[in-house]
Design a protein around this ligand. Structure first.
Ligand SMILES: [Zn+2]
Length: 399
C-alpha cells in the first residue's frame, strides 16, 4: 500500500517536473518568435557613452549601474548621414524613424525629397496608439522625423501642422509658439510664430484632444478618460528644471497609450542634452542625462509586467566630444569637479562645441532586442522595430 502511494506520489512529482521543464523550455524560447505589441524608443539627443558614464558616476558611483546599463542587449549605432560623416538630429532621427539615410536637415524624406513612411505611421496602421515626448519643441527635429515629412527641419510650423494631421495621440514637450498665430501669446509670454493665422491648439481641442500647458493641469489629467493629449509647456524649449519632468511625461503617456488593446509606439527624447553639450555645459548635460534615465526607469517598470514590449535606448549622435577624466589636466574646456557618492571627484573635458562622428550606444530589451547586439547603422534600429511589429523572424533579415 505504502509502495503504491509512493509510486503515485513519484508519478505526480515526475508529471510536475515534466510540466515545469516544459514551461521553462517555452519561456526559454527566444522572445524573437513573438511580435512586439508595444515599442518604446528612447533617444538622448547628443548623448554619447561618456555622457552616460558621467551620469552613472554622479548618481551611482563606480559600483552600480544606471537603468540603461542593466538591459540585457547592448550594441553600437553608426550615425553618419547620407551627405556627412557627422550627422545632425534631423537625418539621424529620419534614419531611425524610416530606415533611410538622408541628408542633414531633412525630416522624414530621402535624399531625393521623397517622403518615406515612418515606424510611427506603421504602428498607427496596425491600430496602435502613438506618442511623442521631448523637452525641446515638439516640432523639433527628433520627434518631427517620426510624424512629418519636410525638406527643412526649420519648417517647424509646417511640422506642427503635419504632426496633428498624422493624429499622434500623445504630444508632450515645448514649442507652443509653433502652434499659435502671431497675434496670440497662448499660455506663455511670447507671441506665436504661425503666419497662416491657424491656432493648432484650438484645432486640436476641436479634434478631441485634452490640452494642458502647465504642470498642475498636467498632473490632474484623468488618464482613464483621456485618449488624446497635447501638452505644451514652454514657448520654445522647456526650462530647467523640466516641469513636468521627462519621467512624469513618460508615465502619463504610458497610462494613456497602454489602454489600446492593439498596443502602442512611444518615442521619448532627452532633447536638451545636445544643447548643453554644444555649450560645453557639463552640469546640465549630465543632469539631463540623469533625467533621461529616470524616464527609462519608468518604462522598465512598465515592462516588468508587460514583457511584450520592445524598449530601445540610444542616441542620434554624440555632441561635444565629451571625455570623463579623473583629473583636470585636459588641454582645454575642463568642467567640474563633479562629486561621486563615495566622495571621489571627476572632471569633464570637451573637444568641440559641435557634433562628433563617434558611434553611440544602444541598449535594448524585449522581443527582437537581441538583433541589436553588435555594431549597426542607425537605420537598422528602424528595421528591427519594423520586424518586431510584424513578428518577422530574425533569419530573414541581414544585419
Ligand atoms: Zn546638436
Amino acid at each position: 500500500m505504502t509502495t503504491i502511494m509512493n509510486i503515485r506520489i513519484l508519478r505526480k512529482i515526475s508529471f510536475l517536473l515534466v510540466v515545469i521543464l516544459g514551461l521553462s523550455f517555452c519561456s526559454s524560447v527566444s522572445p524573437d518568435s513573438l511580435k512586439a505589441k508595444n515599442i518604446i524608443l528612447f533617444i538622448g539627443d547628443g548623448m554619447g557613452k561618456e555622457h552616460i558614464k558621467a551620469a552613472s558616476l554622479l548618481t551611482t558611483g563606480n559600483d552600480s549601474l544606471l537603468y540603461m546599463n542593466n538591459m540585457p542587449i547592448s550594441g553600437w549605432s553608426r550615425t553618419s548621414s547620407k551627405d556627412n560623416s557627422v550627422t545632425d538630429s534631423a537625418a539621424a532621427a529620419t534614419a531611425m524613424a524610416t530606415g533611410v539615410k538622408t541628408n542633414n536637415g531633412f525630416i522624414g524624406m530621402d535624399a531625393n525629397f521623397n517622403p518615406v513612411s515612418t515606424i510611427l505611421e506603421e504602428a498607427k496602421r496596425q491600430g496602435k496608439s502613438v506618442g511623442l515626448i521631448t523637452t525641446v519643441q515638439i516640432s523639433h527635429a527628433t520627434p518631427a522625423a517620426f510624424a512629418s515629412h519636410v525638406k527643412d527641419r526649420n519648417s517647424m510650423t509646417e511640422i506642427a501642422s503635419q504632426m496633428l494631421a498624422e493624429g499622434v495621440d500623445v504630444l508632450l514637450g515645448g514649442g507652443e509658439d509653433e502652434f499659435i498665430p502671431t497675434s496670440d501669446t497662448g499660455c506663455y509670454p511670447a507671441l506665436g510664430v504661425r503666419n497662416d493665422g491657424r491656432n493648432l491648439i484650438n484645432e486640436a481641442i476641436s479634434g478631441g484632444y485634452i490640452y494642458v500647458c502647465n504642470s498642475d493641469s498636467f498632473k490632474s489629467i484623468n488618464t482613464s478618460s483621456t485618449s488624446k493629449l497635447l501638452g505644451l509647456f514652454a514657448d520654445e524649449g522647456m526650462a530647467r528644471p523640466f516641469s513636468p519632468s521627462l519621467a512624469q511625461m513618460t508615465q502619463k503617456a504610458l497610462d494613456i497609450l497602454s489602454k489600446n488593446s492593439n498596443g502602442f509606439f512611444l518615442m521619448v527624447e532627452g532633447g536638451q542634452i545636445d544643447g548643453a553639450s554644444h555649450s560645453n555645459d557639463a552640469a546640465n548635460a549630465i543632469g539631463d542625462t540623469v533625467g533621461f534615465y529616470e524616464a527609462v526607469k519608468i518604462a522598465k517598470e512598465y515592462v516588468s509586467s508587460n514583457n511584450d514590449t520592445l524598449i530601445i535606448v540610444t542616441a542620434d549622435h554624440e555632441t561635444g566630444g565629451m571625455t570623463v577624466s579623473p583629473t583636470s589636466t585636459g588641454v582645454s574646456g575642463e568642467d567640474g569637479p563633479f562629486n561621486m557618492p563615495d566622495g571621489k571627484k571627476f572632471y569633464v573635458l570637451w573637444s568641440t562645441t559641435g557634433h562628433t562622428a563617434v558611434d553611440v550606444p544602444i541598449a535594448s530589451q524585449g522581443p527582437f532586442s537581441d538583433m541589436l547586439s553588435g555594431v549597426h547603422e542607425n537605420t537598422f534600429i528602424h528595421d528591427v522595430m519594423l520586424n518586431a511589429l510584424h513578428g518577422i523572424d530574425n533569419s530573414n533579415i541581414s544585419k
